[in-house]
Design a protein around this ligand. Sequence first.
Ligand SMILES: *Cc1c(COP(=O)(O)O)cnc(C)c1O
Length: 428
Amino acid sequence: MNLHYQTNDKGHLAIGGADALDLAQEYGTPLYVVDEMRVRENYRRVYQAFSQEYKKFQIFYAAKANTNLAVMRILEEEGSGIDAVSPGEIYTSLLAGFEPERILYTGNNITTTELEFALKSGVRINVDSVSQLQRLAELPRSDGLKISFRVNPMVGAGHHDHCITGGELSKFGIMEHEAVDVYNMALDLGFRPVGIHTHIGSGILDPEPFKLAVKVLMDVAGQVHGETGVNFEFIDFGGGLGIPYTPDEPQLEIETFAREITRLFKEKIYEYGLNNPTLCIEPGRYIVGDASYLLTRVNTVKQSYRKFVGVDAGFNTLLRPTMYGSYHHILVGDKPEARAQENLDVAGNICESGDLFARERPLPKIKEGDVLAIMNAGAYAFSMASQYNSRPRPAEVLVRKGEVDIIRERETFADLLSKQNLPVRLLK
Ligand SMILES: *Cc1c(COP(=O)(O)O)cnc(C)c1O
């Protein structure tokens, strides 16, 4: 079993030293629970693996995986930078205490207003298209601005088609063969291009496509340096580091991964005479994915054409199973070690038949009132939650050494209506 969890002396699931059953009882369900130390450990594992191979190394945590302020503060304390993909994420990152220089804004199909916002906030802009470059050049105070470009290296990888962000079908970045022209254009427009970036996909457990992308990006960087004289201060290989979701999926061997990537990187900076640029990566899932659980309580056990276990969360709470067909391992809170006894469908409370957390899942005996813990609910989980079916979004708590803090309050009905207005002529 490659999935990480702990139990306490009662044999219950323990999260950050707190009993999952107590958490569900005290804070209600559905409930997101973040294990603070696990976030820190994950960050440190990646940081150490890379920085012991190459000193000038920086992590830009991909905020979209989990934008909770407390989670972001923790990563700021650890020394991370931020990969932000929207003005909202820039705003949140600044509020979480990140210096603007440590925020890299990689926007796709963004408006000039958004570019203006990024420029004013002083973050580093990672340009995705010639259109963006030209519109940025027209803004006041863009002269001499340090920028970077996102390159699409014709290599893609990921756990689902929607998550493959490199290659022919991808909407992201400039093409590798236009890079020299685009860097020249940037120089002509008065910019100071200092970085190059790629991000090929998400949920990558096999290092090969990632290594290929590193190789391609380094060749592009070398060519740009050779032909335009641009000196790269940083080279950013994006995120995508995967975690196991099923019990028998492998762990990414982070030390081997880091060693192979940095070896390739060092060979290429030597080959092209690049001046020790900072090596950057942008993991999101790897850092926060396995640090959270979604606790949900069983309210219905029903034998229909199949046997259903009905819970109080739905795809509005955790979208990944419905959106990507993702597997999320499920533990029973009071007996996480119990052996599977029957195949069950775990269904949510949303009025759509696709609202399932598991189909035909071998699980222990489950009864009404049980608390289930859906694992790996830290990345692309709350950040994708919605109010669909007019169900308020759940609370989030942060746990450390048994101490619990509410880091997001449960929404109320008033929150569902907070931005709606009833025109006077429709008032009753
Ligand atoms: C989403 C994203 C990441 C993070 O991807 P993970 O799979 O969570 O590591 C990194 N960089 C960019 C540009 C992204 O869009």
